[in-house]
Ligand binder design. Sequence first.
Ligand code: SAH
Length: 394
Amino acid sequence: MANVILKPGREKSLLRRHPWVFSGAIHRVEGNPASGSTVDLLSANGQFLARAAYSPASQIRARAWTFEDEAVDREFFRKRIRSATEMRRKSNVESHANSYRLIYAESDSLPGLIVDRYGKVLVLQSLTAGSEYWKDTLADLLLEETGLAVLYERSDADVRELEGLESKAGPLRGSLSTFQIPITEHNLRFLVNLQTGHKTGFYLDQRNNRLRVRELAKDRDVLDCFCYTGGFTVNALAGGAKSVLSVDSSAEALELCKENIALNDLPAGRHTALEGDVFQLLRRFRDEARSFEMVILDPPKFAPTAAHAEKAARAYKDINLLAFKLLRPGGILVTFSCSGGVDAGLFQKIVAGAALDAGVEAQIIEWLSQAADHPVSLHFPESAYLKGLVCVKK
Ligand code: SAH
């Protein structure tokens, strides 16, 4: 096995069990490790620190599989998968949804590997050289451990480029009779397109927040911005909203949103779908003096990293300011950020700034985050990415 020897003092983050080693921390590499193969990480004085996947094309040159001196082999990965599966079982997610994240990369000590379960289908996303190297073994183990037969690959995320990996999608094990499958979440059904849907198909991380919107939407006129396939829209209608206006720039997503309303026998007469740019539409609604009793803002990731935080902050402030203006007194703003580059503290400051500039008094009544099937390793705080605020306008 090849050795990667760190510069003096650069072992500190590994000693705190953070799994990443950046290229600048490396003094030298002994041997000629292949992309994704397993290497030993050693401190400058030769102390064993971790066993890791080597990623020659990436700035994150190595990601620790384990901090113990143990074999990284098929049985190792079986144990990891079993432990992730067990955690989901304990968290009881299956009692209210048949679709959830089974493996969440670094937070389940499996850097680069994401596996989501949609009913009887598993969807795998391999994001790093290490998860790519072990992909076939992981695919076999996932079926063995879950007793399922179909595994579809959606390794088509942009971040693969940073690892020197090409985009890949298609069946890995078994085959799908259709790409569009119905899933169940808190007694509602949603159609998920496993081939063209965002991420692996659905925003599973928002599951509990959608339920919360259902509880809060009763008798309200709701505006659901960035509605995608209607996760929040369907819940608002199910919760007895007076009306729901759903906005997204994707016609395909809006089509599926309407199908999801029909699938749940919800009153289509209370729903309007509008294709367009939220930034422009919110301005138009303001100019037309329209108002709502609940506004949901769930935009795409404006800041993938902290380097984009400033520009992202302006975009978040813009939509939140407009949303505050469109709310009637007593109205509720449910606002999210899924940007890793904007932490919960900064997000709250941005929303506070938006209220101030809108000339609005508001209170936070709840802080929201990602569901339990998207855990956060205490040693890898980067995996806490989703934050939300429920604010009431005075
Ligand atoms: N709330 C959704 C997930 C939202 S994902 C759920 O719970 O399932 C973000 C959505 O924003 C995507 O559907 C994307 O098509 C849409 N989008 C991105 N930029 C947009 C813009 N400027 N205006 C309108 N929609 C946009």
